[in-house]
Design a protein around this ligand. Structure first.
Ligand SMILES: N[C@@H](CCC(=O)N[C@@H](CS)C(=O)NCC(=O)O)C(=O)O
Length: 200
């Protein structure tokens, strides 16, 4: 199995952290690429050119971070996707909030990268930041649900908060979300999060 990732990608970080949490890290070859450089042949692995992607031994490649994570989970020793029932839907709700933060944050970063200065739409940027704020509020209000055995929901939330620190350090999410900040300070000590920190 080979996991194709890029170090700064928070989506790929979910897959890298899941590989560690499920006990599979030693069994997976890792390849760090720059998806924006469109490495030769990569579109045959992932037609939409994004990371992460997983080259499997038992079928064609998988791409899209949550699908890669679920495949890893199905082959791991420790499960991070809870079975159907309340624990699963709690984790899925956290995953949705985290992915919402990531999608909005990455869109704003793209807006800054591709549309410089006046060409960037402030209206679009503000709308995405509103989504980030509201999703952070949900996580702050429901912080007790982030306790307990590690899940894909917790992993994704940590990757989303880490991405805010990495790319949006000027907006201090901790200020209005003290309980979430305390949870993150503890959770980010886990090797799966500490060892995949893009800033390390
Ligand atoms: N929804 C996708 C998003 C993946 C994504 O956007 N990855 C970025 C890096 S953070 C990428 O590879 N971008 C290259 C591109 O858009 O061409 C997932 O969950 O895997």
């Amino acid at each position: 199995m080979k996991l194709i990732y890029s170090t700064p990608s928070p989506y790929a970080r979910k897959a890298r952290a899941t590989a560690i949490e499920t006990g599979l890290a030693d069994k997976i070859e890792m390849e760090d690429i720059n998806p924006w450089a469109d490495p030769q042949g990569y579109r045959a692995v992932n037609p939409v050119g994004k990371v992460p992607a997983l080259i499997r031994d038992d079928g064609p490649p998988l791409y899209q971070s949550n699908i890669v994570c679920e495949y890893l989970d199905s082959h791991g020793e420790t499960k991070v996707f809870p079975d159907a029932g309340p624990a699963r839907w709690t984790a899925m709700r956290q995953l949705a909030a985290a992915d919402g933060i990531l999608d909005a944050s990455v869109l704003n970063r793209m807006e800054g990268m591709f549309h410089e200065g006046d060409a960037a739409s402030q209206k679009l940027i503000d709308r995405q930041e509103l989504s980030v704020d509201e999703a952070l509020k949900q996580l702050e209000d429901e912080v007790a649900d982030l306790e307990g055995p590690v899940t894909i929901g917790q992993i994704a939330v940590a990757c989303a908060l880490g991405y805010r620190d990495f790319r949006f350090a000027d907006t201090d999410w901790r200020q209005n979300h003290p309980k979430l900040a305390a949870w993150y300070a503890a959770f980010s000590q886990r090797p799966s999060i500490a060892d995949t920190n893009p800033e390390a």
